[in-house]
Design a protein around this ligand. Sequence first.
Ligand SMILES: Nc1ncnc2c1ncn2[C@@H]1O[C@H](COP(=O)(O)OP(=O)(O)OP(=O)(O)O)[C@@H](O)[C@H]1O
Length: 251
Amino acid sequence: MAETAPILELRELRKSFGALKATDDVSLDVRPGEIHALIGPNGAGKSTLIHQVAGSLTPDGGEIRFNGEDISGLTVAQRVRLGLGRTFQVSSVAPEFSALRNVMLSVQSTQGSSFRFFKPVMHDASLVDAAMEKLSLVDLAERADVVAAELSHGERRQLEMAMALALNPKLLLLDEPMAGMGPEGSKNLTGFLDTLRHEVPILLVEHDMEAVFSLADRISVLVYGSVIASGSVDEIRTNRDVREAYLGEED
Ligand SMILES: Nc1ncnc2c1ncn2[C@@H]1O[C@H](COP(=O)(O)OP(=O)(O)OP(=O)(O)O)[C@@H](O)[C@H]1O
């Protein structure tokens, strides 16, 4: 059977900060239907890599291919329009608006027709429906009318996810989505991501190993900017280099 073409492919990506090689010849890919997790110790270069894929940081060399196209020279906005989605660590939520309105603004931004400005946003049934669908997906429909500033930390992360999904991404970059979620929130989000992968493949940076091991189809381990191992959960769990360099487990 022919291999499915990757949706995202990094080829020999490089980025240095002075003498520090934060991304050292990294090649990896994400295929349709999968969660590819990127793990590694603090300072290994995970966020630096995500920023280069998203377009907020320019690589020194190498290639970023998305859907078969080299996107290395595109801006963040151009990449978003092509379907590269992400949730931001710095929140893009407007705190004074309701959860529903925040998602509606995301939906609206995909439609790009100026005549909509003449129609009050909250009365546009198609926008409301589309936004409610995304809020339901992330299990936040019951909180639709709550002002974003009053949502809990976990709920705000769910809202950010709904806003990212409203842009109809073909791939999601998730940088530590479990951070600050608490056990219940992490469990819910894990369940959600587990089903989401079939619609949207995910490149996942996450420190929560329980979540990574239960979700990832493949894992790449980054240490000092280099991928030291890449494979299935079992392959990574039993890889001697990984255990020594990162997991620090007994035996
Ligand atoms: N703008 C920058 N200027 C200089 N050095 C930087 C910059 N951004 C990151 N670094 C350095 O690059 C290395 C990789 O950092 P990065 O934040 O990508 O690691 P990380 O794996 O995401 O870490 P963490 O798990 O703690 O979030 C670190 O040594 C960091 O100090």
